[in-house]
Design a protein around this ligand. Sequence first.
Ligand SMILES: [Zn+2]
Length: 184
Amino acid sequence: MFYGVRIGEFAWSALQPAEDRFDFDWLDRAIDVLSHAGLSVILGTPTATPPMWLVHQHPDVLPISAEGVQMKPGVRKYYCHTNDTYRSHCQRIAAELGRRYGSHPAVVDWQIDNELGDHDTVRCYCPRCRAAFIDWCRAKYGSMSALNDAWGTVFWNQTYSDWAQLDLPYPIREIGLNPGHLLD
Ligand SMILES: [Zn+2]
């Protein structure tokens, strides 16, 4: 029988109150208390929600909706998955946690993020995500003609002649989307 607790998945602000300041004392104490009570710990990376200092310094970590509206901090998951700044800060805090607790006898497992993609939070329509989608299409199809064939673009007069013409599939158009485009 496993007796344990899962903690830390929303504790980024408490673990890193500022960009160059970490505070692990409270988590040390919490893990000690749990350990002495006979409980194991599953430690979550706190990356499911960026801290406010990060959002304030780098507002481009916030995702953009299909309607073109930049999302604002809510309860969780307000980040663009492709944002390099966000990802580098995630790697930094995760590495700090790994160094400090990776060999801790009470920490028996790790949880990466929390409910990844929950509340339809994966899709982002920022310029970076558009560029990443185009790169992904280029890598997948290799040529414009292959993409045009796969998407059947000739049917709706959508034949592309340059990668720069590609856009993300926006679900807000009432006339619907090219299903090949949407599938990719
Ligand atoms: Zn994005």
